[in-house]
Design a protein around this ligand. Sequence first.
Ligand code: ASP
Ligand code: MG
Length: 439
Amino acid sequence: MKVLKFGGTSVGSAQRIKEVAKLITDGEQKIVVLSAMSGTTNTLVEISDYLYKKNPEGANEIINKLEHTYKKHVDELFSTAEYKQKALEMIKSHFDYIRAFTKDLFTLFEEKVILAQGELISTALMNYYLQECGTSSVLLPALDYMRTDKNAEPDPVYIKDKLQIQLELHPGVEIYITQGYICRNAYGEIDNLQRGGSDYTASLIGAAINATEIQIWTDIDGMHNNDPRIVENTTPVRQLHFEEAAELAYFGAKILHPTCIQPAKYANIPVRLLNTMDPTAPGTLISNDTEKGKIKAVAAKDNITAIKIKSSRMLLAHGFLRKVFEIFESYQTSIDMICTSEVGVSVSIDNTKHLNEILDDLKKYGTVTVDKNMCIVCVVGDLEWENVGFEAKTMDAMKDVPVRMISYGGSNYNISFLIRECDKKAALQSLSKELFDNN
Ligand code: ASP
Ligand code: MG
């Protein structure tokens, strides 16, 4: 069985819901994971913010507006009085529930419940719509099988067992619809898999049922070999190794949430990225296969800060790096890139919330320099160290760009350059020309 996930824009209007319904009705049995309709989760966050600030009037105003929007969706989506009625009652019950939280103490727990309503509504709408069309479909309640453990990590054994039970309750149904993103935590409370977590849901389900394929449907045509906002003539990448996709997902290729990679990779289930706006386009297939020796894509990540610590004490000493890393750890700041020499180490970070404290602490160990407004450009492909030529090719493309750090060898799939943000465009264009023209 396949698992198909549709993101917020793919179900962002009544028309889009109808198109997705058409797309998934092909007689094959499948699990369909949906996000909330686009904008809804953000609006629910906004409502929560008003409630944290003890402003129920502000919250109610947005709640009423959102409810009104949903009523319009219902009106457009359904053609029979029976289903219109059912859907309106469903919408009303969710919004009454949200309104109930404007009257009492508001904590993280209540916020999670409010955030869950977006996916609960979008899936209920899709399920009713399919039923109105005469398609055999049923809702699988994510809150009954999707669960995290005490470390807030998904609990694969629980998910597999409970999902199996849910599926067995409805044998022979063509389309199982379920909510992305939402789950319960180890204490049974409503929780979520973090913003953008619907991709993760799809991947966890795929692994749990040993799916033949996980499809992530968005409104973009697969992963591209470069940033289309910056470089002309980018082309979609048709095949990626999971590790390559992970590097690209992290480097801001918005199309796939990085957490989605791991469960699919370990269960060896291919992930296919497809475009709802162009359903017959081949998209991008992500699997454990490597295209030998091929450089696949270039991506960039902005807002990077580089920090260099130079110390003669590092020379021939041990434990120096540990002390440096501990400082970052104590401020919960993760390090992206690292380069070392015998007398110094440079690291890059993207979270500068505690930069000043980190710098003060680092100064105890040596001379510290900081470069802000930097950017990581990463080249992704089969960069196995025994392959030759890829280093020279990428370096050649970067020959006119001032490079602050270079990192290779952390994985076989990436080589990263730290440059100034203002040089990003030139770097991406030059890499594109060097690596992908004439391919
Ligand atoms: N609706 C959630 C969000 O906007 C989850 C998702 O769309 O993946 O973050
Ligand atoms: Mg998303």
